[in-house]
Design a protein around this ligand. Structure first.
Ligand code: GTP
Ligand code: MG
Length: 215
């Protein structure tokens, strides 16, 4: 086994806390990786797939399951964060605004968040709501990458053409395309790629902090 494989192994994944405000999130300075996207896109399922624990984050076939910021501690060293989805219309205006506020303040204020995974349903053509959201991330300088979900639900050719279309639309706005991952929480496609990506960022951060301590 190579060193890298061992490092990104999930040895423990523990629920820490749920809350409705970024100010109440864990105060430790461990790096964290959050998941955002439309309601029902598969954020909570992806966290369960990455951690090999189907019961860790609550999932549902009905949109609007996750309504709070949920922290999960991984290997005692970093957090995965499950967020509520955006774009779920079947709620009253006040509730929609409240969710929006939770999501926005977390994304803009949470300094520990080193990467936001933006989940896109791989079955659909590019959706305005996702493109607008990504544009907003760009305007605010939020570090993000893209995860196409539910890859098991389409034929390979359809999947490739949907992903290609989305990337093409992104290229109209961005000079450089962020890292993109194709995943399925059913078949575990993309698991190693995402965990390696996280491991790489964690490695860079820990080198940086060792450097600062030396100085
Ligand atoms: P909210 O919390 O409501 O915003 O939704 P979410 O984005 O957390 O979605 P969740 O993980 O709860 O999944 C929504 C539904 O999609 C559930 O019925 C999941 O079983 C299903 N689902 C999620 N990921 C996949 C996948 O990769 N493949 C398939 N076939 N189904 C999936
Ligand atoms: Mg959820």
């Amino acid at each position: 086994m190579q060193k890298n494989d061992r490092d990104m192994e999930i040895k423990s994944a523990v629920f820490v806390v749920s809350n409705a405000s970024v100010d109440k999130c864990p105060s430790s300075d461990m790096p964290e990786y959050a998941f955002i996207g439309r309601s029902n896109v598969g954020k909570s399922s992806l966290i369960n797939m990455l951690t090999n624990n189907k019961k860790l984050a609550k999932t549902s076939a009905t949109p609007g399951k996750t309504l709070l910021i949920n922290h999960f501690l991984i290997n005692g060293k970093w957090h995965l964060v499950d967020l509520p989805g955006y774009g779920y219309a079947r709620r009253n205006k006040k509730e929609v605004e409240k969710l929006q506020q939770i999501i926005t303040s977390y994304i803009l204020k949470r300094e520990q968040m080193v990467n936001l995974f933006v989940l896109i349903d791989s079955r659909h053509e590019p959706q305005k709501i996702d493109l607008n959201f990504i544009e907003w991330l760009g305007e605010n300088g939020v570090p993000f990458s893209i995860v196409f979900t539910k890859a098991d639900k389409s034929k390979a050719s359809q999947l490739q053409s949907n992903v290609a279309r989305f990337v093409k639309v992104l290229k109209e706005q961005w000079e450089e395309i962020p890292p993109c991952f194709i995943t399925s929480s059913e078949t575990k496609t993309g698991r190693t790629e995402i965990l390696n990506y996280i491991d790489k960022i964690n490695g860079t951060l820990s080198k940086q902090s060792q450097q600062i301590q030396k100085e």
